[in-house]
Write a protein that binds this ligand. Structure first.
Ligand code: MG
Length: 313
């Protein structure tokens, strides 16, 4: 029969990966209220923001404030693209830092104007330095299955890049199907390989629901021994630099899957939907993820007593 873990961890990426990609500016207080509502729902690990030049992406111009004011609950991760970002993140009090690198050179070039090797050269000393400071380091590996410019990516290329990060001492590898093109067999094969070859590193699967394959791929990854999944409440976000890369898989849908399989996450689906209802009026478009559509409360209602005090953060 199926081999399933007893527990799984959700790494919520909505406040960072989701809101960063929103065209409409979301007020800092609303971002903070969203973060807090997600924590109330049981989220313990979360990408809260990205620290970069505000000129590049206005949505993250308040990153410093987000880091400083986010409730210190669980692991709050800050994405940092370079030395300046690391410096700003640490100055704001970040204890957990994430970096992004694409396996595909073409994708990396389009995304950050560096080849994969050039990226690694730039961030290797940053990671080494962060590890001397006891900072948790998460490496996000994009285009681990397919690249919009190069097509199919070979698992051995992914493994090779992951091994470079492991040698640098990273704590976690978040391995992403950036354009949402992987199938369950490919998901099982890549994650089986990574779990076997890198047994001491936290391995997280980051699936995009572009072709509605994320839930199937997550089920296949569970079979490969993966028990950590990046998800975004309301399915917010994707990647602004990858054509067709819309749609992080929704936290509420993944938690529902895990609940239905008897896998413990510590997360309350209904409270996730309340957090989604809290942010929905502040973003463009309507949220129509599976579990959110079943959520009975209308989207504009007050999120309730437990969250009320957060609206004035
Ligand atoms: Mg994503």
């Amino acid at each position: 029969m199926f081999s399933l873990p007893k527990n799984a961890t959700i790494i919520e990426v909505g406040p960072r990966d989701g809101l960063q990609n929103e065209k409409k500016y979301v007020e800092t207080a609303d971002k903070l209220a969203f973060i807090e509502a997600l924590q109330i729902a049981g989220i313990d690990e979360m990408e809260i923001t990205s620290i970069d030049s505000p000129k590049w992406e206005p949505q993250i111009g308040d990153a410093k404030e987000i880091v400083e004011k986010s409730p210190r609950i669980g692991r709050q991760i800050v994405l940092t693209p370079n030395a300046k970002g690391v410096e700003l993140a640490l100055a704001a009090g970040a204890k957990n830092v994430a970096f992004f690198v694409g396996v595909s050179n073409s994708f990396n070039k389009k995304n950050i104007n560096k080849t994969t090797d050039e990226s690694m050269e730039a961030i290797a000393p940053l990671i080494k330095d962060l590890k001397t400071k006891n900072i948790f380091v998460r490496a996000c590996i994009s285009t681990a299955f397919y690249c919009p410019y190069e097509g199919k990516i070979e698992p051995k290329a992914v493994l090779q890049l992951c091994k470079q990060f492991v040698r640098l001492g990273v704590d976690e590898l978040s391995v992403a199907d950036t354009i949402g093109q992987a199938n369950p067999v490919e998901s099982y094969q890549l994650f089986s390989l990574l779990k076997k070859e890198l047994p001491k590193t936290l391995i997280t699967a980051h699936f995009h629901d572009t072709r509605k394959m994320a839930i199937a791929n997550i089920f296949a990854s569970l079979q490969a021994g993966v028990d950590r999944f990046d998800t975004s409440s309301g399915g917010l976000g994707g990647c602004p630099f990858a054509p067709g890369a819309t749609g992080n898989v929704a936290t509420e849908d993944v938690v529902h899957l895990l609940d239905s399989l008897g896998i413990e996450t510590g997360i309350d689906v209904e409270k996730i939907c309340r957090a989604v209802a809290r942010i929905e009026p502040h973003i463009e478009g309507k949220i129509e993820t599976g579990m959110y559509r079943l959520f009975e409360l209308p989207p504009l209602i007050d999120v309730g007593d437990s969250c009320e005090h957060q609206t004035n953060v």
